[in-house]
Write a protein that binds this ligand. Structure first.
Ligand code: ATP
Ligand code: MG
Ligand code: MG
Length: 559
C-alpha cells in the first residue's frame, strides 16, 4: 500500500481500534501542569496527541487537561497562556477541557476506597525517612512502621488529614504495594501529602493534595482516556499506573500508558524551571521574549504554526533518545516563510551613496516583484532617486580577496535597477567613511545588460534616501554561547553562566522602503539578502513598526 508508515504509537492505537478495544474509540490528552509557559518540546506532545485524534476521527478526541496538583507553583496566567498556545498551533479541544482539580473529590473517594481495601495506609514518617526506608536499586526497602495500621485507624487519620488537623509534611497517605519490588516506584509510593496552600482554582477547600503519579492515571480514567502518551522518563512509573487502574473500582475507562522520547534541542534549555529563572531574574524581557524557546516567544518572533507542525512531524515519534539540531527547526521555519513572505528592501546599517550623474530632483519608480515564489503576489513600484542608502556591509574600503561588492572603482548593480561605479569615498575628520559617491550607467537600467558589456557580478539592495522610512530592527542570536548549556555547566554549575551576552542587537537607524511603513502586526517579510522579519506584535504602533528577525536566509551555523 502507499499509506505512510505509522509511528509506533499510532501502530499500537491502530491495532487497538482494529481489535475493537474501547468500542473502537480513541481518546488522548495533552496534560500540561500550569506552572509555566509551554515550550517547543510541548509542541511535539501537542501535535502528537491532537494529531492522533485527527487521524483516528471521527471516533476520537483529544482532551486538554490541566494537571494542577501542585498549588504552590500554579497560576491562572499559565492556564491562559497554555490555551492560547494550543490554539495557535491550530488545535481545538472543544468541550473536552479538564482540570485535575475538578476531580479532587473523586480522587479523595478513591483514596478512601484503597484504604478500605487494605491497599493504602497513613504513614507518619517524614520525607527524609520515607526516602531512607525506600532502599535503593540494589537494596530492598524496609516497611514503614505504620504499614500495618488498621483500616479504621487509617480512615480516621486520613479524614483528619483532610480536615486540617495536621501540619504540612507530618503525615502522608501511601499505597501499600511491595517494599521489595525492583521498581522503586512500587515501594509503597506516597499518594497524598498535606499542604496548607491556596490553589488557583479550588482556593482553600483542600489542605491535602494528590501526588502526580496517583492523580494522573485516575484522571485519565475519569476522562475516558484510552491512550495516555507520555515521555520516556515515565516508563518505570507505568507499573504504578497499571496498579492504580487495576485496583480502583468504578473507573469509567481503563487507559494504557505508552512512552516516547522527548524532544531535545541544542543551543537552548527546555525546562520550565530554567525558563522561569530566565524570566524571573530578568535575563530576558519575559516568557514571550523572541529569544525564548517558549511557544509564545517563537510566535512573537514570527515562527509559524505550519512550520512547527512540519518540524514536529519531521523529528518523528520514537523511543530513541535523540538531540535535534536547532537548525532543523530553523530550516522548517525558513521553508514556510519563503512561501508566505512578501519581499521588501531594508538597509539595516545604512551608508549613503550619492549618484552624482543622476538628476537632482528626479524620482522614478522601479517595478519589483513582491514574491518570486508566488506568481499571484504581483509587483510594486519602488522609488529611486539620486541618493540611496546601501548597507555598510556591502562596502569595503580595503576589499578582501574575491570581494565583488562596493569598493573604490568597483561596479555593482542596485537590485532591480541600474549599475553604479563607486568613484569617491568621503570620510569625516576621524577617518570614518560617511558617504560614497558614484555614477550610474543608463544602459543598464532596470535589469538590462547590453550585448558585449561585461556582466556585473553582484547586486545589492538599496533604499531611496528621501523616501526611506526609519524603523527599529531587532536581530537575535543564540541565547547561549554553547550548544549544550546543561552539559557545559556540569554538576553543581549554573547554565546561566553560558548565556550569550550578545543575543540581542537593536538597530534603531534601519532604512526601509516606504511600502513597509504601514506594515501591521503579524505580517511576515523577507528583507531581501538579509533574512525573514516579523512585525513585533507588542512593540509596534501605527505607522511605527518594529521588526524582529525571525531567521536568517541561510543557516549561519552550517559548516
Ligand atoms: P518541563 O520539564 O519542561 O517542566 P514537563 O514535562 O514537566 O516539562 P508538563 O506540563 O508536565 O511539563 O508537560 C505536558 C506534556 O508535555 C507532558 O505529557 C510531557 O510529557 C510533554 N512534554 C514536555 N516536554 C516535552 C518534550 N521536550 N518533548 C516532548 N514532550 C514533552
Ligand atoms: Mg510534568
Ligand atoms: Mg516540569
Amino acid at each position: 500500500s502507499t499509506a505512510p508508515r505509522l509511528d509506533f504509537i499510532r501502530e499500537i492505537i491502530a491495532a487497538d481500534v482494529q481489535a475493537g478495544k474501547n468500542g473502537g474509540k480513541v481518546v488522548t490528552r495533552f496534560p500540561p501542569e500550569p506552572n509555566g509557559y509551554l515550550h517547543i518540546g510541548h509542541a511535539k506532545s501537542i501535535t502528537l496527541n491532537f494529531g492522533i485524534a485527527e487521524d483516528f476521527a471521527p471516533n476520537s478526541q483529544c482532551n486538554l487537561r490541566f494537571d494542577d496538583t501542585n498549588p504552590t507553583k500554579e497560576e491562572t496566567e499559565y492556564v491562559d497562556s497554555i490555551m492560547e498556545d494550543v490554539r495557535w498551533l491550530g488545535y481545538d479541544w472543544g468541550k473536552n477541557l479538564f482540570y485535575a482539580s475538578d476531580f479532587f473529590g473523586k480522587l479523595y473517594e478513591f483514596a478512601e476506597q484503597l484504604i478500605t481495601k487494605g491497599l493504602a495506609f497513613v504513614c507518619d514518617l517524614n520525607g527524609e525517612q520515607v526516602r531512607q526506608y525506600r532502599g535503593t536499586l540494589t537494596e530492598p526497602g524496609k516497611p514503614s512502621p505504620f504499614r500495618d495500621r488498621s483500616v479504621e485507624e487509617n480512615l480516621d487519620l486520613f479524614r483528619r488529614m483532610r480536615a486540617g488537623e495536621f501540619e504540612d509534611g507530618s503525615r502522608t497517605l501511601r499505597a501499600k504495594i511491595d517494599m521489595a519490588s525492583p521498581n522503586l516506584n512500587m515501594r509503597d509510593p506516597v499518594i497524598y501529602r498535606i499542604l496548607h496552600a491556596h490553589h488557583h482554582r479550588t482556593g482553600d477547600a483542600w489542605c491535602i493534595y494528590p501526588m502526580y503519579d496517583y492523580a494522573h492515571p485516575l484522571c485519565d480514567a475519569l476522562e475516558g482516556v484510552t491512550h495516555s502518551i507520555c515521555t520516556l522518563e515515565f516508563e518505570d512509573h507505568r507499573p504504578l499506573y497499571d496498579w492504580l487502574i487495576a485496583n480502583v473500582d468504578g473507573l469509567p475507562s481503563h487507559p494504557i500508558q505508552r512512552e516516547f522520547s522527548r524532544l531535545n534541542l541544542n543551543w537552548t534549555v527546555m525546562s520550565k524551571r530554567k525558563l522561569l529563572r530566565l524570566v524571573k531574574e530578568g535575563y530576558v524581557s519575559g516568557w514571550d521574549d523572541p529569544r525564548m524557546p517558549t511557544l509564545s516567544g517563537i510566535r512573537r518572533r514570527g515562527y509559524t504554526p505550519a512550520a512547527m507542525k512540519v518540524f514536529s512531524k519531521g523529528v518523528g515519534v520514537t523511543k530513541f533518545k535523540a538531540l535535534t539540531d536547532y537548525s532543523v527547526l530553523e530550516n522548517a521555519v525558513r521553508e514556510d516563510l519563503n512561501k508566505v513572505s512578501l519581499r521588501r528592501m531594508a538597509v539595516l546599517k545604512p551608508i549613503k551613496l550619492v549618484i552624482t550623474n543622476y538628476p537632482e530632483d528626479k524620482v522614478e519608480f522601479v517595478d519589483v516583484p513582491n514574491n518570486p515564489e508566488d506568481p499571484n503576489a504581483g509587483t510594486r513600484p519602488v522609488p529611486l532617486s539620486r541618493e540611496v542608502y546601501i548597507d555598510a556591509d556591502d562596502f569595503a574600503e580595503v576589499p578582501p580577496q574575491g570581494w565583488r561588492r562596493f569598493t573604490h572603482g568597483a561596479e555593482v548593480r542596485l537590485t532591480n535597477a541600474f549599475c553604479v561605479i563607486c568613484t569617491d569615498i568621503i570620510k569625516d575628520e576621524s577617518g570614518k567613511v560617511v558617504e560614497l559617491r558614484g555614477t550610474y550607467d543608463d544602459n543598464t537600467r532596470h535589469g538590462k545588460n547590453p550585448e558585449g558589456r561585461p556582466k556585473v557580478k553582484a547586486a545589492v539592495h538599496w533604499v531611496s534616501a528621501k523616501h526611506a522610512v526609519s524603523a527599529e530592527v531587532r536581530l537575535y542570536d543564540r541565547l547561549f554561547t554553547v550548544d549544550d548549556p546543561d552539559a557545559a555547566a556540569g554538576e553543581g554549575g549554573d547554565f546561566i553562566e553560558f548565556l550569550n551576552a550578545n543575543s540581542l542587537e537593536v538597530l534603531t537607524e534601519a532604512k526601509l522602503e516606504p511600502s513597509i511603513a504601514e506594515a501591521g502586526p503579524g505580517e511576515h517579510y523577507q528583507f531581501i539578502r538579509v533574512g525573514y522579519f516579523f512585525v513585533d506584535p507588542k512593540d509596534s504602533s501605527a505607522g511605527k513598526p518594529v521588526f524582529s528577525r525571525t531567521v536568517g536566509l541561510r543557516d549561519a551555523f552550517a559548516p
